[in-house]
Design a protein around this ligand. Structure first.
Ligand SMILES: *[C@@H]1O[C@H](CO)[C@@H](O)[C@H](O)[C@H]1NC(C)=O
Length: 768
């Protein structure tokens, strides 16, 4: 015991450096190892720090000693699968696949909620919060290694209150504690493991831990809880105080000296800031663009649609022939082509995998997230509209067909994701990453022969998609040996060239159909069938945009069905509030968050533009007003929109949403929505005597354009915006003179002359 506390005291020396306002971070301070044992490094602030940017609003060199934490040791994953359940805990009643996946652990899990908190209080125990999501590979590894372990279960059940959270169901809870983990450890990811006091103040944590490591940590935390309680509680207080303080000091919104500036001066200052931010963002992307393969950076590659949206809007707002505008489009098209040809693209079934583990887009991490395919659908559509390049339209169709075929619920909503792992047909049924998607040469030959393709055609097919004897995956790209002997299909001839060669089109199409049929005989990866309002909103947007551009009514109809599903099943008309999540036809109790509102409003505006059905616009207006009531940051709450609910007492401190990761931030999407709404609802500028002061704090009472203007001003003054918020910069394309004119006239605000509510615009959408 003595020994242990000694060692523990040493570890207290592990201090955490948070970045000071305007402190420049050298990229070498944060060397990020990409193959960290947690999912989704894209969402971590870390990737951005690597891009050498300044962060302005984090905290001072604060010390959050991490009780018992140091570098996690590695260990090999994978273990046996469960037979009939020996244990069943209360997660079995939850409406989340991820939570249900843990219902038969020996760990006595609790869902997030008052019952668990009061148990922790009564028993005077710390909470062990574990956050992940259903298609997260390392979450499953940790489950098998640790949460199926009797030793761990005993430690957790005897000394902690263990709580499981599905981050897709509760991104608010996730964002609160992820902000702590990122600040404290310099990185983030899932599974996330955080220790909290019974009143939910975090005091230590990390991401993935191996079983022995977790056991040691549990003992140390338990020890600290009993012998160093004051220190632990002080730490929790300090964390909460730090994050609250950070927000209280956040930028107010208006440009300094705003009150004494004329409208024209303000506008020209905003334009100046905007052009600086766009230039910085452009240079940063141009500087990291991969000329040969598309995409940005030299290691793993994520589709980050917000970057493409920014470049597309930069192109759209540039004069024809402008070097920067042309280059922007070139980078977008180069990236979209690279992804279309690469293994990140499911050449057999359509849709996109999560990210590529190499710069060639060849070997992906195989999970398929709805938000990726949904957003890319819109990117490919816009790029096709600008270039007329047939390959881009081809991808649009393949992606939309995938969503309609594999991801649509019979009720009209869209499922969230497909897992990376599934039973391997060759390895006696053990689950392997990518098993559903990869092929041995023999399997391909067999399928093509079965479809009546002659040897010459088979050879051509294999040449086109790089199917080779022994597999096409380099050992270095296959660290766990799961892809040995397998081929990840990727085009050797650009899709555009293939499409120009009728013989190749014929071979590719017949081969694809044969493989699709053969694949249907394999066990499918688990599909996470929860329907999120947010991601369904993005899908409505993608399908409406694609359907409108390609004149494909089936896509628009699918978008309408999804909107109808959300309206009738996930929306409380009386209160005007969205629910976040439905699972197999049942609503979860979680209320809609800012991204649910923002993405759905975007979807409805796209649907309105595709159908001219005013009901969608009416609903979008109502949702926007509700979103602003609930989530628009007020003074002292940071900038942009909150990613948590103000009313939710379980939230330890507020966190706002301004970072565009794989999913855009609610704030960025809302800025674009507000500008569009302002134009679509034609808020007419009117003169008036009682102009309200422009710095009045309740931005929610201003008309749409003014709310957008305020958000834009706040964002443009934050030096990290060009790196963090390309989606917001994309929205600035809409920030034109017409919109500004409406925004600048403050008279109409006082008299409520701007559009609010449904009057005059028809009724909510009906379904026919
Ligand atoms: C983009 O980067 C390339 C290569 O670094 C450079 O030659 C080019 O001038 C840049 N383009 C623009 C428009 O700045």
């Amino acid at each position: 015991m003595k020994q242990r506390s000694c060692c523990f005291a040493l570890r207290l020396v592990l201090f955490v450096h948070l970045v000071v306002r305007s402190h420049r971070v050298s990229s070498s301070t944060f060397v990020h190892t990409v193959h960290s044992k947690s999912c989704d490094p894209s969402e971590s602030y870390f990737m951005i720090l690597n891009r050498q940017l300044r962060r302005s609003y984090l905290v001072q060199r604060t010390s959050f000693p991490l009780f018992g934490m140091s570098k996690s040791s590695s260990s090999s994953p994978k273990s046996s699968s469960t037979s009939s359940p020996r244990y069943t805990n209360r997660l079995v009643h939850e409406k989340s696949l991820y939570l249900q996946q843990h219902a038969h652990n020996p760990v006595d899990w609790w869902p997030w909620g008052e019952a668990a908190f009061s148990r922790a209080k009564t028993l005077d125990r710390p909470i062990m919060l574990s956050v992940g999501y259903a298609t997260c590979h390392w979450c499953h590894v940790m489950e098998h290694e640790s949460f199926e372990s009797i030793r761990i279960a005993r430690l957790l059940n005897d000394h902690f209150v263990p709580i499981k959270v599905d981050r897709e169901e509760r991104p608010d809870v996730d964002s609160v504690y992820m902000s702590f983990i990122q600040a404290a450890t310099g990185r983030g990811g899932w599974p996330m493991t955080v220790f909290l006091t019974p009143d939910r103040k975090p005091f230590t944590g990390g991401t993935y831990f191996s079983e022995p490591r977790l056991a040691a940590i549990l003992e140390k935390v338990q020890d600290a809880w009993s012998s160093k309680r004051e220190e632990v509680e002080a730490q929790g207080e300090r964390v909460v105080g730090t994050f609250r303080g950070k927000l209280a000091g956040g930028a107010g919104g208006c440009i300094p000296g705003f009150e004494s500036m004329t409208e024209t001066e303000v506008e020209s200052r905003v334009r100046e800031l905007r052009s600086e931010a766009c230039e910085t963002a452009f240079q940063q992307l141009n500087g990291t663009y991969d000329e040969t393969r598309g995409g940005f950076g030299r290691s793993l590659k994520f589709p980050r649609p917000s970057e493409l949206n920014f470049l597309l809007s930069l192109h759209a707002s540039s004069a024809p022939g402008d070097a920067r505008g042309e280059r922007a489009l070139e980078m977008v098209v180069g990236t979209l082509r690279g992804m279309a040809d690469g293994g990140i693209h499911d050449h057999v079934g359509g849709g996109f995998h999560r990210y590529s583990t190499d710069p060639d887009w060849h070997v992906p991490h195989f999970e398929k997230m709805l938000y990726d395919s949904a957003q890319l659908l819109a990117c490919y559509t816009r790029a096709w509209q600008l270039t007329g390049e047939e390959a881009l339209a081809h991808v649009v169709r393949a992606t939309a067909d995938y969503l309609l075929r594999d991801m649509r619920d019979a009720r009209g909503g869209f499922y969230s994701a497909e897992d990376a792992d599934s039973a391997s047909p060759v390895q006696g049924g053990a689950k392997k990453e990518g098993a559903f998607y990869v092929w041995s040469k023999e399997e391909v030959e067999l399928a093509l022969t079965g479809a009546g393709m002659c040897e010459e055609e088979r050879m051509r097919f294999c040449a086109l998609l790089n199917v080779v004897q022994g597999g096409n995956v380099q050992a270095a790209a296959d660290t766990h040996g799961e892809l040995r002997g397998q081929n990840v299909l990727h085009l050797q001839v650009p899709l555009g060239t293939v499409l120009g060669t009728p013989a190749d089109v014929n071979i590719l199409e017949r081969g694809r159909a044969a493989l699709l049929a053969a694949r249907d005989g394999r066990e499918r990866p688990v599909r996470d069938e929860k329907v999120l309002a947010s991601w369904t909103g993005l899908t409505i947007s993608g399908l409406a945009t694609a359907g409108r551009a390609l004149r494909c009514p089936a896509y628009v109809k699918a978008a309408e069905d999804a909107a109808f599903f959300l309206l009738t099943r996930m929306y409380e008309k009386e209160k005007g509030e969205l629910r976040r999540c439905a699972f197999h036809g049942e609503l979860s109790s979680v209320m809609g968050l800012a991204d649910d509102y923002a993405y759905l409003v975007r979807g409805l505006l796209d649907l309105y533009e595709a159908t001219a059905e005013t009901g969608y616009l009416v609903w979008a207006v109502t949702l926007q007003e509700k979103m602003d009531d609930l989530f628009l940051c007020r003074a002292g709450e940071g900038r942009g929109y909150l990613s948590v609910s103000r009313e939710d007492a379980s939230i330890a401190y507020p966190v706002s949403s301004t970072y565009d990761g794989a999913e855009p931030s609610a704030t960025s999407v809302a800025v674009s929505n507000l500008l569009r709404l302002s134009t679509l609802t034609e808020q007419k500028p009117r003169g008036g005597e009682d102009r309200p002061s422009r710095e009045q704090s309740d931005a929610g009472n201003l008309p749409f354009a003014s709310r957008a203007e305020r958000l834009i001003q706040t964002a443009l003054q934050a030096p990290e915006t060009p790196y963090e918020a390309p989606e917001l910069l994309a929205a600035l394309e809409l920030y034109g003179p017409g919109v500004m004119q409406a925004a600048q006239d403050t008279g109409c605000r006082a008299h409520g002359l701007y559009y609010r509510g449904a009057g005059g615009l028809g009724n909510p959408p009906s379904h026919g």
